[in-house]
Design a binder for this molecule. Structure first.
Ligand SMILES: C[S@@+](CC[C@H](N)C(=O)[O-])C[C@H]1O[C@@H](n2cnc3c(N)ncnc32)[C@H](O)[C@@H]1O
Length: 758
């Protein structure tokens, strides 16, 4: 792509970098004409879009090689490696139609099921057996292995049925005898366990909660459209849920998360049938993503009919596809990227997302107008404010993407200035409207739960909460919510669905605003404004950036040099920014905050005659002068000495908090849990100065704190965990345990402890 860019004549680059939306069809058509005469462009499109050059195609040779390695590891009892090799083999194995008996994919699923059984991953083993049987229902070994997994799970009735089918399918006498012995043993087991009737059942891990509030789309000065409430809303209310219009997984999560629902991949991950890139958590997700389905062979019906009626009915129930018709609104987001083409693996994820948006338009008809389609999306864009470099990149990407899509789809559509200009607009719409889908994860606990399937005892220790960026998506209604650095709503994700919940009381008619990332307390005002300008190309007009607030003062202030004064001194970096906001200090709202700083603010901001100068270096309370140059030097020195750091400064609170956090982590590693707890507590105290006491940031830190308390057997962990529960309920409502399963574990620990005490 860089060489393509370098080849563009300077004059054309200049024209593109200065272009407005009205010029787009001209600039796109000039660049398009230039590329059409430039041979390397055509080579590049061939390499990106021709399945012949695809590095992600299937290869029987590679699949057999991985299978061989898997078999060797299995013999060596290295089950983790065997599992990986069989999964690699499944990714590479072509699905060969018409070869039911010796189907390589079915064999690989049975081999992997055997490894999963050895690793005691029984549910996963069961699913792999079923997958093998959906391809080859007469696979006696798959029925046999399925019965073993069912028996180990206590599903004795199913285990017996599986063995009966296996017996009917088995051709050798020795094999039949082995199955009969197994049948006897299971009947004995089930008698002793008296659980013969236990049937396998699906335990759905979801909470049905529907939003009950009517939202209004309104026009807001300086911000365009926005969302507002039509009635008073309590904190913690679910406002909105929505499926993505288009979604793409982050490149770094391709090997760890399902490419459709974005949940963690289980050990029995399912690859795409036609290419070797995507991995899914289930066949349902694989089908919903638009990949090819296993073909159900007509012979299957003959095979099932040859069984006794009740066993035949059971076998048919096991191998049927329940969800094959459940595509959400017929989205086939992976369809055009499949069959071994390179473009979806090579282009940036925002461009692949643009491809997925266009995929909803292209398959319908070549005669439809792309402009009508883009207008119909009703998404705002920022082309006018995009930096020159991004304007050029979006032109190049639009041309490359449209050619790749044309190669991959069977529909021929016009590629000209008009269609390309619309793709450039989609790319700039993605820039301002795309949401990053994140998952919460408790790091230490997650590693342990991955290995053992559940949280073992003592999984707490430090339990840092991490946010993993698993994907990017466009939500059409979700994109109508504006940003505020002091948000009153909170967005989170269940699988790929967006959920929006209030975090504060909201009066009827009030604007509903979420944070696009920067927040008061997290960054100083100037940095927030710069970040929003760079990332989203707008000048933030939220209350956090236009009214003075205590967090910004605390973050930006030094302590007064006068030992008897608790006032704050502002640095020249921020004084101008804060001065702009000073006239709009909402005194009444802030009464519950830190009283010293509150007093400083009231005095400074409510004085219209400004007897105390609001100047860099002067205390806002007593007017004493502080040499900030030497204070900055003290900051550097103090970084090595945490105590004096606390004593002399408000400034660099976040840095200070991070130091405390790192110290807590270091002491935990050294096994000095008491010291670890002290530092963790100190970082919470700092956060309480910067954020509301109910802010989710405090809950994340409390997760760590309570985990250490639990490790130390400290009974006050109960209070920390109940505070975490309250904050999580406000941000995630009934979804709290789904979003952060470790919470359930922490509550369980508390229950255990209270039982131990009684
Ligand atoms: C995701 S859209 C939100 C909906 C948008 N207002 C509309 O009319 O479609 C993001 C765009 O809204 C505007 N916007 C959102 N929050 C803003 C804020 N705090 N200050 C100024 N403009 C804002 C910016 O133009 C930004 O690019």
């Amino acid at each position: 792509m860089e060489s393509l860019k370098a080849s563009i004549p300077e004059g054309l680059k200049q024209m593109i970098s200065e272009s407005s939306v009205d010029d787009l069809s001209t600039t796109c058509s000039y660049l398009h004409r230039f590329f059409l005469r430039f041979n390397p462009f055509h080579h590049m499109i061939t390499e990106l879009a021709d399945p012949k050059y695809g590095l992600c195609g299937k290869s029987k040779h590679d699949a057999l090689e991985s299978k061989q390695l898997g078999n060797q590891c299995f013999l060596d009892k290295d089950y983790v490696k065997a599992l990986n090799f069989y999964t690699q083999a499944l990714r590479k194995a072509p699905f060969e139609d018409g070869d039911m008996e010796n189907n390589l994919v079915a064999t690989l699923y049975v081999n992997r099921a055997t490894v999963l059984h050895k690793m005691s991953l029984l549910v996963e083993c069961l699913r792999d057996c079923t997958r093998a049987l959906q391809i080859c229902p007469s696979h006696a070994k798959a029925w046999y292995r399925r019965s073993q997994a069912n028996a180990s799970l206590g599903n004795y009735k199913d285990a017996i049925c599986d063995l009966n089918v296996a017996k009917s399918m088995e051709s050798s006498l020795g094999g039949k005898r082995k199955i009969e012995n197994e049948l006897k043993s299971i009947l004995d087991q089930c008698k002793s366990a008296s659980m013969a009737v236990k049937h396998s059942g699906n335990c759905l891990n979801t909470v049905d909660e529907m939003p009950q509030i009517k939202l209004q789309c309104v026009t807001i000065p300086d911000k365009g459209r926005g969302m507002a409430s039509s009635c008073d809303i309590l904190p913690g209310s679910l406002l909105h849920t929505e499926e993505p219009y288009a979604m793409v997984i982050s490149k770094q999560c391709r090997e760890t998360h399902c490419h459709y629902c974005l949940n963690d991949l289980p050990a029995d991950r399912v690859p795409c049938i036609s290419c070797s890139i995507p991995l899914y958590c289930s066949q349902q997700c694989q089908i919903k993503a638009g990949g090819q389905m296993f073909r159900i062979y007509p012979e299957i019906h003959g095979i099932l009919k040859s069984l006794p009626i009740d066993i035949g009915e059971y076998a048919a129930e096991v191998i049927q596809f329940n969800d094959s018709e459940q595509e959400i609104e017929n989205i086939s987001e992976h369809k055009l990227e499949c069959q071994g083409v390179n473009w979806s693996a090579v282009l940036p994820s925002e461009i692949v997302l643009a491809g997925r948006i266009l995929a909803r338009f292209l398959p319908k008809s070549a005669s439809e107008d792309i402009k009508d389609f883009v207008d119909g999306l009703e998404l705002s864009h920022c082309y006018k404010h995009m930096p020159s470099e991004s304007k050029l990149d979006s032109h190049i990407h639009a041309i490359v993407l449209l050619y790749c899509l044309q190669h991959s789809s069977s529909i021929v559509f016009p590629i000209d200035g008009v269609s390309l200009s619309q793709v450039v607009i989609i790319i700039s719409q993605i820039k301002v409207n795309c949401m990053t889908i994140v998952r919460l994860k408790s790091i230490d606990a997650h590693v342990l739960s991955d290995q053992f399937g559940e949280f073992p005892s003592n999984a707490y220790l430090t339990s840092n909460v991490e946010q993993v960026r698993v994907g990017k998506a466009i939500y059409k209604t979700g994109s109508l919510f504006n940003h505020s650095c002091q948000p009153n709503i909170h967005a989170y994700f269940l699988s790929r669905s967006l959920c929006i919940r209030t975090t504060k009381f909201i009066a009827a008619g009030c604007e509903l605003e979420l944070s696009y990332g920067p927040q008061v307390g997290l960054l100083v005002c100037k940095d927030r404004l710069n970040l929003l300008k760079d990332e989203y190309a707008f000048q933030c007009q939220c209350t956090g950036c236009s009214e003075a607030n205590l967090s910004d003062i605390v973050l930006n202030a030094f302590h007064c040099v006068n030992p008897n004064c608790s006032g704050a001194v502002l640095d020249s970096r921020v004084v101008d920014c804060e001065k702009q906001k000073i006239k709009r200090f909402p005194i009444a709202d802030e009464a519950d905050k830190n009283s010293d700083i509150y007093e400083v603010c009231i005095r400074a901001f409510s004085q219209s005659d400004a007897s105390i100068p609001i100047q860099p270096g002067y205390c806002l309370k007593c007017g004493s002068y502080c040499d900030l140059g030497s204070s900055h030097a003290a900051v550097d020195k103090a970084l090595t000495c945490i105590k004096s750091f606390h004593f002399c400064l408000y400034d660099d609170m976040i840095c200070c908090m991070q130091v405390e956090d790192n110290l807590a982590q270091a002491f935990c590693l050294l096994g000095e849990l008491e010291l670890c707890m002290d530092h963790c507590k100190a970082s919470i105290q700092i956060l309480e100065k910067l954020y509301d006491p109910d802010d989710i940031v405090i809950a994340y830190e409390l997760v760590k704190f309570s985990s250490i308390q639990l490790s130390l057997g400290d009974v006050t962990a109960v209070d920390s965990i109940s505070r975490i529960g309250d904050i999580f309920s406000r941000y995630y409502g009934l979804h709290a345990d789904l979003v952060f399963p470790y919470l359930r574990y922490l509550r369980g620990e508390i229950k255990k402890k209270s039982v131990e005490c009684t």
